[in-house]
Design a protein around this ligand. Structure first.
Ligand code: GZL
Length: 332
């Protein structure tokens, strides 16, 4: 009898504790593979609790099976909202239908499931970068910089350090890069391989290319962490990154600004990870019974290099900002 009373007391305390929060939000995050991911996580984990909401955070360590487990756990806990960034674009139909059946409003953040999944599920909003455009911008900056160096007629070899295989961020950045470089027959893609958005995993890929390829003029790294990994290896091979080999990254964390100012990286295309200021008003709107378009919203983004003034869009309307002039106001 005493045990039953104790159990009842514990359950009552748990019930009262969970109701202490106006809302409970489950956040299924990919992992900690890059500075971008860390900034994205920290922004949400810092700002959501400031609203008096409970955030249940899960780090999947870049494993899809862990994300599926986390989503099912959020369902069993009866959270009020789910924030979800899928590590890859496929394999989500069943679990996201379970989220829908549990009638938990679903936010798709950053990485978006493939269109055939989107047709089958309900979601309240999608928010993240335009990865194809980010890839285009990497390539437009590169061809414009080569022209600035007087190398626009030269046979140039490019290697692409791709992100996580099967992720839209990688697939679509590669799509954008290849779409633009196809317009420049003298710029050849000599190799492309995944570095899984990780500095450490990019290093052996770059090492193998330095041994196997006769001429590498440009490294296009689909995130700056992999660009920094390439720089580590290029220096170890006795070459000068930023000069012997041009390094272009994506994301624009502070580490990229430091590398550009040091002359080791040449440019970074911005991909803003700070989502909380966009997500919180959406949750408040939904709580107030408002509705809005669920289609993906892209944050406005720029590009940075050592000197500024280099065009990075097809129409030449957007010019890079000098990294040294911008680093002090960076928030991540
Ligand atoms: C982009 C995001 C990518 C970053 C990487 O929105 O999905 O994943 O570019 C991160 O740094 O790993």
């Amino acid at each position: 009898m005493k045990k039953l009373l104790t159990l009842a007391l514990v359950l009552a305390l748990l019930a009262s504790a969970s109701s202490a929060f106006a809302l409970t939000i489950g956040f299924s995050q990919i992992g900690q593979e890059s500075d971008w991911r860390t900034a994205n996580t920290d922004d949400i984990r810092t700002k959501i609790p400031l609203e008096g909401w409970e955030l249940i955070y899960d780090d999947a360590q870049q494993k899809q099976e862990n994300q599926i487990k986390a989503l099912r756990s959020f369902i069993s806990q009866g959270v009020d909202y789910i924030l979800f960034t899928g590590v890859v674009t496929t394999g989500w139909d069943e679990v996201l239908k379970e989220v829908n059946e549990a009638e938990i409003p679903l936010f798709l953040l950053d990485r978006i499931p493939e269109p055939s999944t989107l047709e089958k599920i309900e979601y309240v909003a999608a928010y993240g970068g335009d990865f194809i455009e980010e890839g285009r911008r990497m390539a437009w900056w590169t061809v414009n910089y080569l022209e600035k160096l007087g190398r626009s007629e030269e046979e140039v070899n490019v290697v692409i350090l791709e992100g996580t295989t099967g992720s839209d961020a990688a697939t679509q950045r590669t799509q954008g890069i290849e779409e633009v470089l196809a317009k420049f027959p003298n710029v050849k893609i000599a190799a492309k391989q995944s570095g899984n958005f990780s500095r450490a995993e990019a290093q052996p890929v770059m090492e193998s290319w330095l041994k196997s390829l006769d001429k590498i003029d440009v490294v296009l790294a689909e995130n700056d962490d992999m660009g920094l990994g390439a720089i580590d290896v290029i220096k170890a091979a006795g070459k000068v990154p930023g000069k012997d080999i041009i390094i272009v990254g994506c994301d624009s964390p502070k580490a990229a600004f430091d590398a550009i100012i040091a002359g080791e990286m040449n440019a970074t295309i911005e991909c803003n990870p700070l989502y909380a200021d966009a997500i919180i008003p959406m949750i408040k709107a939904l709580e107030a019974g408002e509705t809005f378009s669920r289609e993906i919203v892209h944050p406005e983004e720029g590009a940075f290099d050592a000197e500024g003034g280099v065009p990075y869009t097809e129409d030449g309307s957007k010019l890079t900002v000098k990294a040294a002039d911008a680093i002090d106001e960076r928030k991540y």
